[in-house]
Design a protein around this ligand. Structure first.
Ligand SMILES: Cc1cc2nc3c(=O)[nH]c(=O)nc-3n(C[C@H](O)[C@H](O)[C@H](O)COP(=O)(O)OP(=O)(O)OC[C@H]3O[C@@H](n4cnc5c(N)ncnc54)[C@H](O)[C@@H]3O)c2cc1C
Ligand code: FES
Ligand code: FES
Length: 1255
């Protein structure tokens, strides 16, 4: 009789499970069965690393435990049999915090915190195996963990502190980790602190304190019987011996780790029945034998172990290159778990995937041992195995020769850097007159026999000749490969990049008790230990989960919706669509925002206008089931003509609303340009951007008595969501309570989108009278939600002979997608602020909100301002080219300053643009470095460097209805204080700042104050959180509350010599109110600011130095200097975090982040986590300097003389990065005789750079 149980240990507790479904993932089990919600789900595709956990196994050969970080979202649960699973909860808790968690929490290494447990776990696996890791090992360990908020610098710095190569004060010795003494100390730096904190003061890491490998697992004696697990669709046999395997093999599908097989199977929604057999527990499949002549590696061995074994046992010429090559495998967690056999067989079967393992094994001429269907063992060459499609055989092992002393060369190219998924690879083993050269083009790599013989002939290494002999059609990737290969043949080592970093954070220290101090966010410890709850972590009883039925066509009438197949599945509770909405299916923005009414539907009504539009939802007892069932709902469409392509839509004059005109009328504008001595024209193309908050959209609606609904929603606007849900449900708003504890990132994308998901949950919750969760998978989030608006613009600019702008006429088309959403608002903001930091004389802006059949675009950090910035960067470069000046000189010539008026007449108040620009120019040694770069470029043909400065002006707080905040304070009789505000916490540190403001104003220690959920039963009609003004507006409200309370309490406190608790009791006895709610409003008239004017401006300047490899188009930021005036910062750690995070988001916007659609099918090309590329930790500049100027020009709009942050740094970062890359491109083009000017085109992806730098 086979067994059906598995045994493992989670965080020190033994667990036995019977008959687990082979389709179940470890993440699902940990979160839903064990309630370990610290394992987060950010993509469920193995890309983001949020779900990272550690698996420990006992290595008998080494007689010690080995720990590996893996993606719990991909690991099948059955696979943890006999292993030690460690989750973030097992690493440490707030009571016993682990040094990794401590350093990250106190080191400000998190903002929204959603990614943080994943980083902890990746670092934890590393420390368990290497208690004193090198910087290189740390970089490798976290290379596949994504963070959208922090910009990675503080994460890296916290983790580098574990390496003796870095961390703490090195006393000027650098130790490979950079040194604070490297800073450009000057008189200007007097009075600044240089670092937010010093890790030298932290407790040392002591590996003996770690949780030990469970003895129960070491003493566990597994039965010889095979294990059989039966799920609803899969029956899995796990034999323990080769004999059992042979007996059971038959027609079963062989799996090794089963990671990719389970993942692919889970995508199939249909009912089917499959039988799998695993090699996992059979000794012969797991053997690793290193003998004098050969190395044998079993087929169930992981990619990482194969790489380590080969690297340790082959000749140096080959070994080091294997290590380097596998280091570029896109996911460390996948390499730690998936098998080399799975990699080669799945790639060979697919014929399109390009596999690094298949290439490597071909180049190394690995011999495979196969178990035939007859039970015989035979050996074959890997090439034959693939070419003859011998897939009915089971791979037992691969045998490699140890005596090969040829030289190995491998190259992998992805869309971004080489740690991306592979698009192309190339490998060569050279020497002894016998070469092996392969190129990976999908499926079996192609052997280049012609090239092999040519190399042997010793003839010239000319690129053209090599191309000819290869017989490969010309393409960029192959050109790169051959060029690098020639360098390799000529023994030209590519310069190894240094691991040294120089991270500097300058700020002015304060003597205040609370405000102004870089206090770690109170929430950091909760998030880093996995204790913090996001909406999808809240546990309820008897809930249903939504699966989203999405349009698969860009424009069509809906003829019929047939959910019958879905409803047949056990556990499915119903299908809900437009007819189930009791109220308004188009609740829009109109209730909260009178200016720009929206026409987005909750559920599509009779027609769809975009792929990804939600048609309906399936409710089921389980989220996996709900998603599966949703894909079984059949929709009949009658296709309508679609306009997916932005250009075609523009040409067809397809608009979402009126054209928005700002500035002078056309006649005056044209007259102005006619009078100008020179008029330049240009066209600009700026791509969109995905928010990529790590927590996808999530809501939970719990039905209450009567019509009441409690809505837990990751929304940036609780009141807004409340109104939307009430409108959709046809109930008054007082029946709906919306609560938001925190968001795992928002960036503008969780206002409208969050509310529609909440509405859908409300419909289901009410209909079924059960709590309803709506948690989007990453793929659904990408498909459904809107993004940053792509823009196409034209300009005509009139200048004088010096390059001073006399007038500019802009026409801009914004890609709004299928419905209005925020498009008119973004068009307006782009228009009214288009002059940003410049005085442009006569200005006219025409904004066209274009309708396309694609995602309905929405707010994203910057809200129209980044587009203006990029547009003007092109204008400035164009002028500079014309008047033959440096771009920075032209920018400076055109700056507007405090006291000037902007083009719509508003006066510039309280502004430090000039100071920031000057400080940044000096601090970054801009001119000196520029000369050095010119020198570098003269001597370097294929690698070019560029440097550029950009700046930002961001007026705050905003005029109009959103420019106020609301706060409420309750003081309990024990003296403790409860604070609530209308703004929501989404990683921007708002709650922490408000705690500091409250603490300072009441003169109470921060730990006596709790900031509670933002909730509409405490604060109503709160404006949405966004626009960088929330510390101002909410802070003013907090101050107003504190002042009101203190006005009555202070006399009692004075009498009691400040004794707080006693005074509170006395105040209570004297009927003095101990709670209040106040509005924070900006009284512009009191300090001479016009009604529509900004009381102050947050300003900044930054300098970026970048290097591009012309051949591959890859870029690499060398150094960044960012100087910002945020007044007297409320919390420098938070503000610096916002600046660094914005830098990386802006960097992504103009480099790797692409939004494109298939114009025929309407599908987003980047429709999965793996296809949309956000910056990674390896993209962080190694020299990253931030300085907060700390200027105090305070007026009454500011809270403790601080200024708002959040969006502003993104504008200058995207501007400077783009211009620095364009600098490189312009230099290359000029050198190569190409005169044609390249206007702003963004993003400057590797592919685009290659194109711009080719003749
Ligand atoms: C997030 C992510 C990132 C990735 N990045 C890269 C990358 O950078 N470079 C790269 O090259 N690849 C990459 N891959 C692909 C990855 O290498 C493979 O998906 C993985 O190795 C498959 O192994 P597995 O153990 O999951 O296979 P399994 O699911 O066990 O099997 C996969 C296939 O192999 C067959 N098979 C398994 N074992 C045997 C056997 N013993 N005999 C015969 N057939 C067998 C199965 O029948 C099945 O068809 C990535 C994958 C993911 C998910
Ligand atoms: S990698 Fe598992 S959730 Fe993203
Ligand atoms: S803190 Fe990393 S994603 Fe928010």
């Amino acid at each position: 009789m086979p067994t059906t149980g598995i045994f493992f240990n989670v965080n020190g507790k033994d667990v036995k499970e019977e008959n687990v479904d082979p389709e179940l993932t470890l993440a699902y089990y940990l979160r839903n069965k064990l309630g370990l919600r610290g394992t987060k789900l950010g993509c469920e595709e193995g890309v983001c690393g949020s779900c990272t956990v550690v698996i420990g196994t006992w290595d008998e050969d080494q007689n010690k435990a080995v720990y590996r970080a893996v993606n719990a979202c991909l690991v099948p649960l059955f696979h943890v049999h006999r292993t030690f699973v460690i989750t973030v909860e097992g690493v440490g808790s707030r009571d016993k915090i682990h040094p990794i968690q401590d350093r990250m929490a106190r080191g400000h290494a998190l903002q929204c915190g959603f990614c943080s447990p994943g980083f902890v776990m990746s670092a934890y696996a590393l420390l368990r195996n290497h208690p004193n890791p090198s910087i290189k090992q740390i970089n490798a360990a976290i290379r596949s963990n994504l963070c959208r908020c922090t910009g990675y610098r503080p994460i890296l710095e916290a983790l580098y502190s574990f390496s003796s190569e870095s961390g703490g004060c090195c006393g000027g010795k650098k130790n490979g980790g950079g040194c604070c003494k490297d800073k450009n100390s000057s008189d200007e730096d007097e009075g600044f602190d240089e670092k937010l904190l010093n890790f030298g003061d932290f407790p040392k890491y002591d590996s003996t304190q770690e949780i030990i490998f469970p003895p129960s697992l070491r003493t566990f004696v597994d039965t010889e019987k095979q294990l059989i697990l039966s799920g609803s669709r899969i029956e899995l046999t796990l034999p323990k011996t080769l004999e059992q395997f042979k007996l059971e093999r038959n027609d079963r599908n062989v799996i090794s780790s089963g990671l990719i097989t389970r993942f692919v199977t889970s995508r199939n929604p249909k009912e089917f029945s499959q039988k799998w057999i695993s090699t996992k527990y059979v000794k012969e499949f797991n053997e690793v034998k290193v003998e004098s002549d050969t190395i044998t590696i079993g087929s169930a061995v992981t990619i990482q172990k194969l790489s380590e074994t080969l690297s340790a046992s082959l000749q140096e010429n080959i070994a080091s290159e294997i290590g380097r090559f596998i280091q570029k495998f896109s996911s460390q967690q996948v390499a730690n778990f998936a098998t080399w056999t799975g990699a080669i067989v799945s790639a060979a079967k697919s014929s399109v995937s390009v596999s690094d393992l298949l290439l490597l094994l071909n180049v190394l001429d690995a011999k495979l041992t196969l178990l035939t269907e007859n039970g015989d063992l035979v050996q074959t060459e890997i090439g034959r195995f693939v070419e003859e499609k011998q897939f009915e055989n089971t791979v037992v092992n691969a045998v490699f020769s140890r005596n090969d002393n040829r030289r190995l060369f491998c190259l992998k190219l992805g869309e971004t850097s080489e740690q991306d998924s592979t698009n192309f690879n190339f490998g060569a083993l050279i020497g002894n007159k016998s070469n092996r050269i392969f190129v990976g083009l999908g499926g079996q790599p192609k052997r280049l026999n012609g090239l092999e013989s040519y190399i042997n002939s010793g003839k010239s290494m000319d690129l053209e000749e090599l191309y000819k002999e290869s017989q490969v059609e010309k393409n960029y990737n192959f050109t790169i490969a051959l060029t690098r290969f020639i360098e390799f043949l000529n023994h030209k080592e590519h310069g190894k990049s240094s691991e040294a970093v120089n991270y500097i954070q300058y700020f002015k220290p304060t003597h205040n008790e609370s405000v102004g101090r870089p206090i770690a966010n109170y929430f950091n410890e909760r998030a880093i230990t996995g204790e913090a709850l996001y909406v999808n972590d809240i546990q309820t009883h008897n809930a249903v989960h939504l699966g989203f039925v999405l349009s698969t066509v860009p424009h069509a009438e809906i003829i019929n919706v047939d959910p019958s197949e879905a409803l047949k599945l056990k556990g499915v509770c119903g299908y809900f669509g437009v007819t189930d909405i009791p109220g308004n299916n188009v609740p829009g923005l109109q209730l909260a925002n009178m200016n720009f009414p929206d026409n987005t539907t909750i559920f599509a009504d009779k027609k769809v206008e975009s792929v990804g539009q939600v048609i309906g939802v399936i409710a089921a007892n389980d989220v996996v089931l709900a998603r599966r069932a949703a894909r079984l709902v059949k929709i009949d469409y009658k296709g309508l003509k679609s306009l997916v392509d932005f250009k075609e839509a523009r040409e067809a004059e397809s608009l979402l609303g009126d054209v928005k005109n700002y500035g002078k009328d056309e006649k005056i504008m044209n007259e102005c340009l006619e009078k100008s001595s020179k008029v330049l024209e240009g066209e600009v193309e700026i791509g969109g951007q995905e928010h990529y908050y790590l927590e996808t959209q999530s809501s939970l609606v719990i039905p209450g008595e009567g019509d009441e609904l409690v809505v837990h929603c990751a929304t940036q606007g609780t009141s807004f969501t409340q109104l939307m849900v009430a409108e959709a449900m046809k109930i008054p708003a007082h029946k709906v309570i919306v609560k938001t504890k925190r968001l795992g990132g928002g960036f503008g994308g969780k206002v409208n989108n969050a509310s529609w998901i909440a509405c859908m949950c409300a419909v289901v919750a009410r209909k079924l009278n059960r709590p309803a969760y709506g948690f989007l998978s990453r793929a659904d989030d990408l498909a459904i939600t809107g993004k940053r608006h792509g823009v196409y613009a034209k300009y005509r600019v009139g200048i004088d002979s010096e390059g001073k702008i006399e007038g500019i006429y802009y026409k801009a088309w914004l890609n709004g997608g299928w419905s209005k959403d925020h498009t008119e608002g973004v068009t307006m903001v782009m228009g009214v602020l288009v002059d940003e930091v410049y005085n442009m004389g006569t200005v006219r802006f025409e904004g066209y909100p274009v309708k396309t059949n694609s995602n309905s675009n929405t707010a994203l950090r910057g809200y129209g301002n980044p587009q203006s910035k990029l547009l003007n960067e092109g204008v400035m470069r164009r002028i500079a080219r014309e008047v033959k000046k440096d771009v920075e000189e032209v920018k400076k010539l055109n700056f507007s300053f405090e006291g000037h008026h902007r083009f719509l007449g508003t006066k510039i108040h309280n502004d430090s643009l000039g100071e920031c620009w000057e400080c940044c120019t000096n601090w970054s040694e801009f001119e000196k470095r520029k000369r050095k770069i010119e020198e570098f470029n003269r001597n370097s043909k294929t690698v070019k460097r560029g440097i550029a400065m950009s700046s930002v002006r961001f007026g705050l707080p905003h005029a109009g209805p959103s420019g106020h905040g609301i706060a409420s304070i309750l003081i309990n009789l024990d003296g403790s204080i409860q604070l609530s505000i209308g703004g929501t916490e989404m990683g921007q540190g708002l709650n922490q700042k408000m705690l500091q403001v409250c603490s300072e104003a009441l003169k109470r220690p921060i730990d006596t104050i709790t900031i509670v959920d933002t909730s509409t039963d405490k604060i109503t009609n709160a404006p949405e959180t966004g626009g960088s003004q929330n510390a101002d507006t909410n802070g003013l409200a907090v101050l107003a509350c504190c002042n009101r309370i203190m006005s009555k309490l202070q006399p009692i406190l004075n009498k009691n010599e400040g004794e707080w608790e006693k005074s509170i009791r006395e105040a209570y006895a004297a009927y003095i109110p101990l709670q209040c709610t106040e509005y924070g409003t900006v009284k512009r008239e009191e300090f001479g600011v016009g009604e529509m004017e900004s009381p102050y401006n947050t300003t900044g300047a930054c300098a970026v130095e970048i290097e591009i490899d012309i051949l591959s188009g890859y870029n690499h930021v060398i150094r960044v200097d960012m100087v910002m005036d945020v007044g007297e910062s409320l919390n420098p750690a938070i503000d610096i975090g916002q600046i660094e995070g914005a830098f990386m988001q802006g960097y992504g916007l103009v480099t790797c982040e692409k939004i494109t659609f298939n114009r025929e099918t309407g599908y987003l090309d980047q429709n999965s986590a793996g296809k949309y590329k956000i910056p990674k930790a390896s993209d962080v500049p190694k020299d990253f300097r931030v300085k907060l100027l700390g200027i105090n020009k305070a007026n009454g709009a500011q809270v403790y003389s601080s200024k708002g942050i959040g969006e502003p740094p993104l504008m200058m970062s995207c501007g400077a990065v783009h211009s620095a890359i364009m600098y490189c491109i312009d230099v290359w083009r000029k050198e190569n005789g190409i005169e044609e000017f390249v206007d702003t085109i963004s993003p400057l992806s590797a592919e685009r750079i290659q194109k711009l730098c080719s003749k």
